[in-house]
Each structure stands twice: as structure tokens, then as C-alpha cells.
Ligand binder design. Structure first.
Ligand code: BES
Ligand code: ZN
Length: 616
């Protein structure tokens, strides 16, 4: 009780310092039941206990709120939570009710408040199938020594483990006290402990307001190794050294980003390497980026993902898309900044390759969207859709192409001043596409440019405008020589591939695809040992090609890959290719039935549909 009192006290102090007048500036968000223009959460004190035996979190959320006079209720988003008790301020119990459950949106928790209400307390437990939690057995982790729990909030999953106003336009600061089993370590999107606590009690604080999708927790056998005073790596002890080596460019990347776009706006920047079932490459949880182990290639070749998630420290976490309809505001900008960092670290010719492959991906994705062309506009209309199904690579690559086109028009230095001015004007707040366009018009482009560059077309029209330009790549032009020699049947080891990165190989695979036969793939595999590569992106591209051509010797490696990788972006193309052919469809379904238990529900949701599971 004493502890709770001191918590409440901190919360009230936080309340007085962060209470703002409630303005009518929150956008309507079709994926949240909250009505923040009436009553909004501003600060959270979270007390939680993580119970592995029951796969459950028992917690109390103490919310500091701000509301207009006369407002009678505050609305939270929940999904599958068991609400035990709700009370106000110093203990007055209050009426509350849960609304009708809706697929992927969950149920609104409506809590009665009075004009004097400053805090709402909600005691609850998480449900067995909480979508934002993945509970792993020791056998599903790298070291196989302890169970593991990690959360995934984006896009609308935080509500399955925290009753909250789960809209990206709504921000809150927080402090937390989390009890985990003795011997395990806990980490949150906050300033994190670097040492084990013997009693299993961990405390966290994040004074910088974040939206709910960035609220994150991981618990497991985790240790830490620093790079310098503000960055380091968390991982299971058995892979800590390897991960630390792989991401060693991190301090230089932070410096590069700062050099271009201004001081790093958060306190620390650490990476947490998760078990393989993590469904994404990376997730930009503030101060602690969550990463898939599939980027540990052994040669630092996939660290653009680190640059990507780091870039979100500015675009996404500092300025956040107001709703998921504005997703390109997060990902298009981040892709632009990621490539600027890569350019500084690896040079322009390396960044060009990423851009050129991104252009190819974009064109393919648009061509494949003919059944839902509305998803090819930058501004999305996702009402009635699960954002998790609708968020494709298009906002990333089209958003990038859009910003690059503007950069070409105005030049780098004006572009950079504009981006910095945007951060200064909108830090720690959210932005709609329309806010951005207004800022663009008043700070960078005149009316003539706005028309000539077809800005409205880029943002609101489907497909690609006539002034879209592909990026050329010097290194890919050189790779064309190898393609020509291969077409001429020259000895494979004489091809000029020395010094090639993953990206030249991916480009090469795409080029030879129309002509390659199974026996030619076999020869290539013998010469270059692709099927044994440690690089998961290269493996994905190689396996897709191998399945297409029925290069049978690759199948054992493909099976191993599907067993150990949980990242949706890599699984989808491999399963899609397996299911597309008579020679591999049954095998694909069989593998999926075996390995599905290892996959996160985010990956399962997509793959169940793709492979037709369960078998009817
Ligand atoms: N924020 C995304 C991941 C995400 C997007 C989660 C939408 C849920 C819904 C993250 O920053 C991301 O884009 N990750 C990519 C990395 C890549 C583009 C370098 C990934 O996971 O592959
Ligand atoms: Zn991203």
C-alpha cells in the first residue's frame, strides 16, 4: 500500500506538470473508441506482475486524465482483457461497462467520471489469447534456458494488454513497476535497468510522451553489453557477443543521424534482440528497438534495418502519424532518413542499390494491388479494415519516392532545413497528411511547384504519377556484366562477383529469373553456397527462385528456414511461392502445419489465409 501511495503521489506531480488545456485537435481515428476531445489520458503509472505459469499479466493501470467540464465519461480501448475493478482518484468506485466486441478493434471500456476526476484506476488481467503478447517456452528461445515474453503494439494490439486510448494521435508519459519471476530480466520502452534485480522487481520511467503502440515490454533471460554511454545491446547471453559485433555501427549511425537532422531526441538508444518468432524485422519502441535475430548475418550486411528503426526516433516517435491512414508519415519519412544514414555510413552507391530495389518492390506491389487499388494511394482510407492487413510496403517506398522527388526539386540543404523545421514545430505530437501538406506549402514549395510536382496526385491518387522516377544504380550496372557472362555460360567462379553485397545478389537473382533452369540453379548453389548463407534476406530471394524452378536440393534448407524464422516479411514470399506450384504446394502446407506453433499471431493471421489453413 505504501508503494501504491508513493506511486500515486508521483502521478499527481506528473499530472500537474503535464496537464494541458483540452483542445479539439484530435483527429477522428476509425480504429479507436476513445473520444479524446472530451476526455484524454496524459500519464500512466503501471503496476504489473508477469506470470509465466498462467501466461498472464495481472496489472493496475493508474491513468491521469484531462477532460472538458461537463463530460460524464472517459473511453478506453480494450481487447480480451478481464476488467476486475475500476475506481477514481482516492478510491471512489465508479460505474463502468464494456461495449460490444468488434473484430480487431476490441471493446470500448466506458468509465463514468465527474467534473473533479483526475485519475482513473483499472485493475485487470490479460486474456489467454492476448494478441499483443507472445509467451515462449524455453525451447523457442536462442539459449533454451528460460521462458520469454515480448509485446508488439503496432498497430492496434496494445489494447490487448493495457486498457488505454489506443490511437497514435494520443500520447502519455509513464512510470512502471513490473514484477517478474526471480532470475529473469525486464525491459520497457523507457530508461532501462542494466543490471539484474535479485527480487525480480524492475522500475521504469519515460517522461517523454508516447502513443500507446510504442508502449513495450520484454521479459526473459536477457543480458546487456554497452557500446558507449548512450547505446548498447540486450540479448540472451548466448548470442550477446555476436549481436554486439553485428550492430557495432550503431553509435556511428546515431551520430550520422544527428549530423543531418539534429540532436537525438530521447535519452538512450539500445537494441534488444528477440527470439526468432518476432514477426517483424524491427520495431521502433522508443529507447529500445526490438529486432529479429534474422538480421544477424555475421557480416553486418543487414544493418540498414538498424538505421531504419533508429530513424523512427525522429519520424514516427517524435512526430507520429495521427491515424493509421497517415502511415506514410511514419514509414515514408523513415525510409528517406534511413537511406540518408546509409549514404553517410556506406556511401551513395550503396544507398542507390537500396533505392533501386525499393523501386522494383514498389512497382511489383502496385501491380499486384489491382484488386484493392485504393491501398496504393499515400493517404489511406482504412476504416472498416484491420490496419495490420492493410499496411504494405507501398507507404514506405512510394513515400520515399515522393520525398526524394521533392529533394531533387529543392536541393538537399533546403530539404534538410525543412525537415528540421518540421521536427521543431511538431515534436512530441502527431501529424495528419493534411497537416504535412499545409506545412510543405508554407515552408518549402510555392504554388507553381505544388502544381507542377503533382503533390496532390502523389498523395491522393492511386498508382504512380507521371513524374515518378526510378533510381539508377552504378553497382547494379556493373552487376549486369555478371548477368551477361552467366547468360553466355561462362564458368561461374569467373563471374565478377567479388565484393558483392546482399543487394547485388538479390538484383542478380531477379535478373536471371526468367531464364534460369533448375540445373543452372544447382550449379550456382554449388559454386556460391547460397542455401547455406547466414543472410536471411538473401536466403529468401534465393529460396523463392529455387521453388519457382524446383531446385530440389534447396528444399531441406528451406524447411530449416521455415522452422526457425518467424519474420512475416520473409515467410510470406517463401510460402506464397510454395503454394503457387503443383510441385511444392503439398509440401508447403505440410511445413506450415508443423511450424505454425512457432509463429506469432501477426504472422499466422496473414499466413493462414495465404496457405489455406486449417485444411478444410
Ligand atoms: N514499424 C514497423 C513495423 C510495423 C509496421 C509493425 C506496421 C506493425 C505494423 C518497422 O519500423 C518496420 O518498418 N520494420 C521493417 C523494417 C524494414 C523496412 C527495414 C520490417 O519489419 O521488415
Ligand atoms: Zn518502419
Amino acid at each position: 500500500m505504501l508503494q501504491l501511495r508513493s506511486l500515486l503521489l508521483t502521478a499527481l506531480v506528473a499530472f500537474s506538470s503535464c496537464q494541458q488545456p483540452v483542445k479539439d485537435y484530435y483527429m477522428f481515428d476509425p480504429h479507436s473508441a476513445a473520444r479524446p476531445n472530451d476526455a484524454v489520458t496524459t500519464h500512466l503509472e503501471w503496476e504489473a506482475e508477469v506470470r509465466f505459469e498462467k501466461k498472464q499479466i495481472i496489472a493496475t493501470a493508474h491513468w491521469v486524465i484531462s477532460h472538458k467540464p461537463g463530460v460524464k465519461e472517459i473511453i478506453f480501448d480494450t481487447d480480451g482483457l478481464n476488467i476486475e475493478r475500476v475506481w477514481l482518484d482516492d478510491g471512489d468506485s465508479t460505474n463502468w461497462r464494456l461495449g460490444k466486441e468488434q473484430a480487431y478493434i476490441g471493446s470500448a471500456l466506458v468509465v463514468k467520471i465527474t467534473d473533479n476526476t483526475q485519475m482513473v484506476h483499472i485493475r485487470y488481467t490479460t486474456g489467454e489469447e492476448a494478441k499483443g503478447l507472445q509467451w515462449l517456452e524455453p525451447g523457442q528461445t536462442h539459449d533454451k534456458s528460460a521462458p520469454f515474453l515480448f509485446t508488439q503494439g503496432q498497430a492496434v494490439l496494445t489494447r490487448s494488454w493495457l486498457p488505454c486510448q489506443d490511437s497514435p494521435g494520443i500520447r502519455f508519459s509513464f512510470a512502471a513497476r513490473v514484477q517478474v519471476p526471480e532470475g529473469l530480466f525486464a525491459i520497457m520502452s523507457a530508461v532501462n535497468p542494466r543490471q539484474h534485480e535479485d527480487n525480480g522487481i524492475y522500475r521504469f520511467k519515460n517522461d517523454k510522451a508516447i502513443p500507446a503502440y510504442l508502449f513495450a515490454l520484454a521479459v526473459g533471460n536477457i543480458s546487456f553489453k554497452p557500446y558507449d554511454g548512450r547505446s548498447g545491446v540486450y540479448a540472451e547471453p548466448g548470442m550477446l557477443q555476436k549481436a554486439w559485433w553485428e550492430f557495432a555501427e550503431l553509435p556511428a549511425m546515431i551520430r550520422a543521424a544527428e549530423q543531418e537532422f539534429g540532436p537525438y531526441p530521447w535519452d538512450r538508444y539500445d537494441v534488444l534482440v528477440l527470439p526468432p518468432s518476432f514477426p517483424f524485422g524491427g520495431m521502433e519502441n522508443p529507447m529500445i528497438m526490438f529486432a529479429t535475430p534474422t538480421i544477424i548475418a555475421g557480416d553486418r550486411s543487414l544493418t540498414n534495418l538498424i538505421a531504419h528503426e533508429l530513424s523512427h526516433s525522429w519520424s514516427g516517435n517524435l512526430i507520429t502519424n495521427a491515424t493509421w491512414n497517415d502511415f506514410w508519415i511514419n514509414e515514408g519519412f523513415t525510409t528517406y532518413i534511413e537511406r540518408r544514414i546509409i549514404e553517410l555510413i556506406h556511401g551513395p552507391e550503396y544507398a542507390e542499390m537500396l533505392q533501386a530495389l525499393g523501386n522494383q518492390d514498389l512497382e511489383v506491389a502496385i501491380a499486384e494491388s489491382s484488386h484493392q487499388p485504393e491501398l496504393t494511394a499515400l493517404k489511406l482510407a482504412l476504416e472498416g479494415k484491420n490496419p495490420d492487413d492493410a499496411l504494405s510496403i507501398i507507404p514506405y517506398q512510394k513515400g520515399f519516392a515522393f520525398l526524394k522527388m521533392i529533394e531533387k526539386e529543392v536541393g538537399r540543404s533546403r530539404m534538410d532545413s525543412f525537415i528540421k523545421a518540421n521536427y521543431a514545430a511538431h515534436a512530441f505530437s502527431s501529424m495528419t497528411t493534411e497537416d504535412f501538406l499545409a506545412f510543405l506549402r508554407s515552408n518549402l514549395l510555392n504554388d507553381e511547384q505544388f502544381e507542377r510536382l503533382q503533390i496532390n496526385n502523389w498523395v491522393y491518387a492511386e498508382g504512380l504519377p507521371s513524374n515518378y522516377q526510378r533510381q539508377s544504380s552504378i553497382r547494379f550496372s556493373l552487376a549486369n556484366e555478371a548477368v551477361a557472362l552467366w547468360e553466355d555460360d561462362k564458368p561461374l567462379l569467373s563471374l565478377p562477383t567479388a565484393g558483392w553485397s546482399t543487394y547485388e545478389w538479390i538484383y542478380f537473382f531477379r535478373k536471371i529469373e526468367p531464364k534460369a533452369s533448375a540445373s543452372q540453379l544447382e550449379a550456382l548453389d554449388e559454386a556460391f553456397e547460397f542455401s547455406n548463407s547466414g543472410n536471411a534476406e538473401l536466403l529468401t530471394a534465393w529460396f523463392v527462385l529455387s521453388i519457382k524452378k524446383n531446385h530440389e536440393a534447396a528444399y531441406p534448407q528451406i524447411e530449416k528456414f521455415l522452422q526457425t524464422v518467424g519474420r512475416r516479411k520473409l515467410l510470406v514470399p517463401v510460402y506464397r511461392e510454395l503454394m503457387a506450384h503443383k510441385h511444392s504446394g503439398a509440401m508447403g502446407l505440410n511445413w506450415y502445419s508443423k511450424f505454425r506453433v512457432n509463429y506469432h499471431q501477426v504472422s499466422r493471421n496473414t499466413l493462414d489465409v495465404l496457405v489455406g489453413y486449417p485444411i478444410k
